[in-house]
Design a binder for this molecule. Structure first.
Ligand code: LLP
Length: 383
């Protein structure tokens, strides 16, 4: 299932661009469906990872739902053909117009992050004569052991409602006529490759459910969020993430009541490996102690290395040189953080060569910016 790059097509179009291997995306979606078959599991793809319309359409045809965090994402999902009942809407700062739009779209559920938000949803739903289904996002205080910018389940984060406050919040909700609590929502962080934090999450949820059910609250949905990581070092060795192992954790450790569904919000693990950023070498510059490969892609096209010190595997896909050399791979942006890799071993690389930055399908294209007044990266699909 390793990605093959169609170099002839690449030579005809302007770089930099994202290349999506749609066969790999389909195989990934198929694996998710196989793992969830026969289980009360629903996967809502986290649109924030990649909102490209072709990608969304492909995900829609596979039967998954979507997790959105803005009105714009809900709109993108509707445009790609998702039914309202396949859409959940999360986020700490939903505006009135976003809530109204989601109410008009008859979405499945609002993931609510605070009491003031709950009250606003209740008021706006009342004006439309509707009852909004909601799930409370609870902060489980589980350490995901991942980068601090993408750890979200600890107490000091801005997300969710503290676990201790939940009983009061549930009582309050019971008195609001235009919201109906159908579930609890959790998310502990992203790029989690060790299954242990997910086990801890299940334990927290089991305890919380025991607590909540004492008060007679019935929950149809337990939403465990997203976060499954991918192999950035070896994309061809592990093109499809370890979904089986991941879903097994929940099968084994999460205690469900009769009729309960588990919802998952996977983003990165669905789309990361199918995407690569293709860039052309503009110059090779020899300094006093280093050799620099300067590419036409920069941090504006793929910000993850600059923002999270992330590393994407870099390959020279057009060279047949046998000899190698060590380079720093840098972009053209006026920031020192605009560096994709230091001391990278590549075949001898020359002006005009094409490089692929792998595992860039998630949080790549969608986070691109026009800083330095650059054009946004282009897009090419395998079919
Ligand atoms: N659900 C919630 C509530 C989330 O906040 C997120 C991601 C997801 C689901 C999807 O998580 P995933 O399955 O993709 O790990 N830009 C960063 C990642 C930010 C993740 C934010 N929340 C990066 O490039 O690493």
């Amino acid at each position: 299932m390793a990605t093959n790059f169609p170099l002839d097509r690449f030579r005809e179009i302007q770089t930099p661009f994202y290349y999506y291997d749609m066969e790999l995306l389909k195989a990934t979606l198929n694996e998710i469906n196989v793992c969830c078959n026969g289980m009360p599991y629903k996967v809502h793809y986290a649109v924030k990872a990649n909102a490209n319309n072709n990608i969304l359409q492909c995900i829609q045809s596979s039967g998954l739902g979507v997790d959105c965090v803005s009105g714009g994402e809900v709109e993108a999902a509707v445009k790609a053909g998702f039914d309202g009942k396949k859409i959940v809407f999360a986020g700490v700062g939903k505006t009135d117009s976003e809530i109204n739009y989601a109410l008009d779209t008859d979405i499945l559920c609002f993931n609510v992050e605070s009491v003031p938000e709950l009250e606003v949803i209740n008021e706006l739903a009342a004006r439309k004569g509707k009852i909004a289904d909601v799930a409370f996002r609870v902060n489980p205080n589980v350490d995901a052991h991942t980068h601090k910018y993408i750890t979200t389940g600890l107490n000091e984060n801005k997300f969710g409602i503290n676990i201790e406050q939940l009983p009061d919040v549930l009582n309050l909700a019971a008195n609001l006529k235009h919201v109906h609590v159908i579930g609890l929502h959790f998310h502990i962080g992203s790029q989690i490759t060790d299954m242990e934090p997910f086990v801890r999450l299940c334990e927290k949820i089991n305890n919380l459910q025991a607590e909540v059910s004492k008060n007679g609250v019935e929950l149809k949905i337990i939403n465990v969020g997203g976060g499954l990581g991918v192999d950035y070092d070896n994309p061809d060795g592990n093109p499809i993430p370890v979904f089986k192992e991941y879903f097994e954790v929940f099968k084994k450790h999460l205690y469900l009541r009769d009729g309960q569904e588990v919802h998952f919000e996977l983003g990165r693990s669905v789309v990361a490996q199918c995407g690569s950023l293709i860039t052309r070498v503009t110059y090779v510059k020899t300094g006093t102690v280093k050799r620099f490969v300067i590419t036409d892609a920069g941090m504006t096209d793929l910000i993850r290395p600059a923002l999270y010190q992330a590393h994407h595997k870099i390959e020279n896909i057009s060279s047949d040189e046998k000899d190698t050399s060590v380079y720093d791979i840098v972009g053209p942006i006026c920031e020192s953080s605009d560096c994709f890799g230091e001391n990278e071993l590549l075949p001898i690389t020359r002006r005009g060569d094409l490089l692929a930055l792998r595992t860039a399908g998630a949080y790549g294209e969608i986070m691109a910016s026009q800083y330095n007044l650059r054009r946004l990266p282009g897009v090419l699909y395998s079919e």
